[in-house]
Design a protein. Structure first.
Length: 115
């Protein structure tokens, strides 16, 4: 089982990034997918979620209106489009695959928002 995040990096405030999380080793289409983040010195926090078929999405209040989660079940990939980035979005971003029986995590990708 693997979840591999990519797309992180350094971006200026107001900029955009798109994170990807490629899944393998399990039936991706049978898992809800979530993004979490962890800033230095803080606990990991939930950012966004998308259901199995992609029909329903939810967002933390701190990112609502700026971030969009999506998935491509044919490519076994979940995405996080991040717009209007702020310094407080700086964190390591993790993807998470979950269903009633299993809970898988990736290793994370660093996002740094700084001028």
């Amino acid at each position: 089982v693997r979840l591999v995040e990519s797309g992180g990096g350094l971006v200026q405030p107001g900029g955009s990034l798109r994170l990807s999380c490629a899944a393998s080793g399990f039936t991706f289409s049978r898992f809800d997918m979530r993004w979490y983040r962890q800033a230095p010195g803080k606990e990991r926090e939930w950012v966004a979620a998308i259901t199995i078929g992609g029909a329903s999405t939810n967002y933390a209040d701190s990112v609502k209106g700026r971030f969009t989660i999506s998935r491509d079940n044919a490519k076994n990939t979940v995405y996080l489009q991040m717009n209007s980035l702020k310094s407080e979005d700086t964190a390591v971003y993790y993807c998470n695959a979950v269903n009633h029986w299993f809970d898988y995590w990736g290793q994370g990708t660093q996002v740094t928002v700084s001028s």
